[in-house]
Design a protein around this ligand. Structure first.
Ligand SMILES: [Zn+2]
Length: 237
């Protein structure tokens, strides 16, 4: 028998495998993103059932099953974060956040700061539903902690500080001043939204939607693929 490890993690993905098995995508505090094999999970829910819900924080006892695969031995619930699943909005937001996180990080690359950020988001997102500044911060901070640094203050070319309506370039990962702006993949950000972003104050729903579009496209562009949950999330907010 392979050696056992005990991790604390949040279940971010559940992928059916063969007839009765399941492969979980778990973001753990100790080892970052990992895949966990759960044999027979879909045949009998008795053994692990309620502890394998999406977005639940659990303690996992895992065995090295060879072929770089970890197999679930035991699990116990730390926090089910039930509130996340109580509204379509928070579920949609959490799904999008999870997909960004999953796409931006490599396996076995631990980030305790991102783990804490994820737990805090899951705990609070249902209350933050109307707090657009907070929702923007969840996204921005995640992207930043994953190593990307979208800049809404200085021109990506000449580094001058920008004001008014500006263009955000996905390739540069920053806003562009009017002198440096040339045809490129990106999106215009309105003057009103730029002001709200730079003032650090509350963000309106309209501005949040505008900036979310920029962030989502920036992440998709950077990763070279479209995030699946983008369309879902657009429909629920
Ligand atoms: Zn410039």
């Amino acid at each position: 028998m392979g050696k056992q490890v005990t991790y604390e993690g949040v279940i971010l993905r559940k992928v059916p495998y063969r007839d009765h098995d399941l492969i979980l995508g778990v973001f753990t505090k100790e080892d970052g993103k990992i895949s966990v094999f759960v044999p027979g999970a879909r045949k009998s829910t008795k053994r692990f059932g309620p502890y394998l819900d999406l977005f639940a924080k659990v303690q996992l006892v895992l065995k090295d099953a060879g072929h770089k695969m970890l197999q679930l031995q035991e699990t116990s619930l730390i926090d089910p974060y039930v509130v996340v699943r109580e509204s379509l909005f928070s579920l949609g937001f959490a799904t999008y956040y999870a997909e960004c996180l999953w796409s931006m990080l490599a396996e076995h690359d631990p980030h305790v700061d991102i783990f804490e950020h994820l737990c805090s988001m899951l705990k609070n997102v249902s209350q933050d539903k109307e707090n657009f500044r907070k929702l923007y911060e969840y996204e921005y901070q995640l992207i930043e902690m994953c190593g990307y640094n979208p800049d809404f203050t200085f021109c990506g070319e000449c580094k001058a500080s920008v004001q008014g309506q500006v263009f955000f370039s996905y390739g540069k990962g920053s806003v562009m001043c009017k002198t440096c702006h040339r045809y490129d993949q990106g999106l215009m950000i309105s003057e009103q939204t730029m002001q709200m972003l730079q003032n650090q104050g509350p963000l309106s729903k309209k501005s949040y939607e505008e900036i979310r579009e920029v962030l989502t496209n920036f992440v998709s562009y950077t990763l070279g693929k479209q995030l699946k949950s983008h369309a879902f999330r657009k429909g629920v907010s």
